[in-house]
Design a protein around this ligand. Structure first.
Ligand SMILES: Cc1cc2nc3c(=O)[nH]c(=O)nc-3n(C[C@H](O)[C@H](O)[C@H](O)COP(=O)(O)OP(=O)(O)OC[C@H]3O[C@@H](n4cnc5c(N)ncnc54)[C@H](O)[C@@H]3O)c2cc1C
Length: 423
């Protein structure tokens, strides 16, 4: 099993890196143990929304020099401001090549409406999500927020009351009665956004859905629905907009996230269309080394047959995806035993105030400026680490999770391709 590059982890970081490499003709494999963070995400992608000192960021690219001073170990600080700016544009183009329609730009954050009806600064949002400019307001005064009878993963009352309070708009709440969902509704554990989307996406259900949306929304200028539509593409939403003649937007629900899954599927499809090898349900367990070079990767499914590659990219995610493990005696990166940013005392891992910035969110693999992973202070020459497995930043407080994944992925792909050229 010989590849140019093997990527460990098929989330946003791993797939983006693999796509870029495959686009340039590399023979590339992605080994992916389980679901990625995208399945649980809002579907919007953050670049940089706040500096570590709490200053809000309007223009992410202009804030990179302040970030480098406050957080010299942040992946953006390692990569460098000029390169981050160039790669942010490249990331937007890569998403377009995957057929993902996003709104927003790295020049200036925008505000997306969350399921709680408040607004949060971000970089790119799916076209379906309602957004406003920073410091601006939504383009509608009269909004209908519709729930689905019996669906508990989206609470329209909460969204509507926050919209009224924060923006001074009129926001009416109603619940759609949809008999086409009765069979699903009978089993509450099945009545989730993804399963609902599988039913509502069927063209034969469009007329019933459109009729009910129009009935419940009355004269509202815009209608906000839970994101239970368009699992595979934008088409069902476009068809509903056309059938109702209304402005219809989607708000994320509790996971699983239809908007995040669609992004994941688009990336995976693009990678496979480019001839990439995607190995779902397999996990890399260990590696063989020759000095500071990896010579083979051993996986659960391929047992003693190693995957061999010139370059290896670790994109195994954070604690959430088992890319990092919190053991009693410390934080570990389980595949290679890499150096990690962490704190020795367990008591220092968490802040007692739940809403404060949590130290453990900054834990992760240490890298050099090229994002090569460090082990006992030395770079492993053919191992890069990208995305949530890396440390030195707080994706939640700084609002930079997806940006770190995408920009790190493209930075590493660029170096791997340059090395291949010069070899
Ligand atoms: C619940 C949640 C919600 C988030 N929502 C947002 C959001 O809305 N916007 C935003 O910008 N950021 C969000 N983030 C931040 C998020 O971390 C990044 O945006 C990004 O999606 C992380 O991608 P990743 O590829 O680095 O890791 P992940 O998406 O975690 O993917 C890692 C993958 O590696 C696999 N893996 C792990 N170990 C192995 C192994 N040994 N062998 C093979 N495969 C392995 C895992 O199964 C997983 O599929 C969220 C994070 C979490 C945890």
């Amino acid at each position: 099993m010989q590849f140019d590059t093997v990527v460990i982890g098929g989330g946003l970081a791993g797939l983006s890196c693999a796509i870029r490499l495959a686009e340039q003709g590399q023979r590339c494999a992605v080994v992916s143990a389980g679901q990625s963070a995208l399945y649980f995400s809002s579907g919007s992608l953050d670049l940089l929304a706040q500096l570590p000192d709490g200053t809000s960021v309007a223009s992410p690219l202009s804030a990179l020099s302040d970030l480098a001073q406050q957080a010299p170990q942040h992946p953006y600080s390692l990569i460098g401001a000029t390169q981050v700016a160039a790669l942010a544009t490249e990331a937007e183009q890569l998403l377009q090549r995957c057929g993902v329609q996003m709104q927003g730009s790295s020049e200036r954050n925008h505000l997306r409406v969350t399921p709680l009806g408040i607004r949060r600064a971000t970089w790119l949002s799916p076209e379906a999500v309602p957004v406003s400019p920073l410091g601006g307001t939504l383009p509608w005064q009269n909004i209908a927020v519709l729930g689905i009878e019996g669906f508990l993963d989206f609470q329209p009352q909460m969204a509507a009351s926050a919209l009224i309070q924060e923006l001074g708009v009129t926001a009416e709440v109603a619940f759609m009665h949809l008999p086409i969902l009765d069979r699903l509704r009978n089993n509450p554990s099945e009545f989730r956004a993804v399963n609902i989307a599988r039913v509502l996406d069927l063209p034969e259900h469009l007329a019933e859905l459109a009729e009910e949306v129009k009935r419940q929304a009355g004269e509202a200028e815009a209608i906000f629905l839970p994101a239970c539509l368009g699992l595979e593409s934008d088409e069902p939403l476009q068809a509903l907009r056309q059938a109702t003649g209304k402005v219809i937007c989607l708000l994320p629900t509790l996971p699983p996230s239809v908007l995040g899954m669609r992004l994941h599927q688009a990336l995976r499809q693009r990678f496979q269309q480019l001839g990439g090898e995607f190995m779902p349900g397999d996990s890399v367990l260990q590696a063989s080394f020759d000095g500071h070079r990896i010579t083979g990767l051993y996986t659960r499914n391929h047992t003693d047959i190693p995957l061999r590659a010139e370059q290896v990219v670790l994109a195994s995610g954070s604690f959430f995806s088992n890319g990092l493990v919190a053991a009693f005696d410390g934080i570990r990166e389980p595949v290679f035993g890499l150096d990690v940013f962490s704190k020795t005392e367990r008591a220092d891992w968490c802040h007692p105030d739940l809403f404060a910035s949590q130290p453990y969110l900054q834990f992760g693999v240490r890298t050099d400026h090229c994002l090569r992973a460090l082990k006992q202070g030395e770079a492993i020459v053919n191992l890069y680490a990208i995305g949530a497995v890396t440390g030195g930043y707080d994706p939640l407080q700084q609002g930079c999770g997806a940006g770190v994944s995408l920009i790190g992925a493209l930075h590493v792909a660029q170096q791997i391709l340059a090395q291949e050229k010069s070899a």
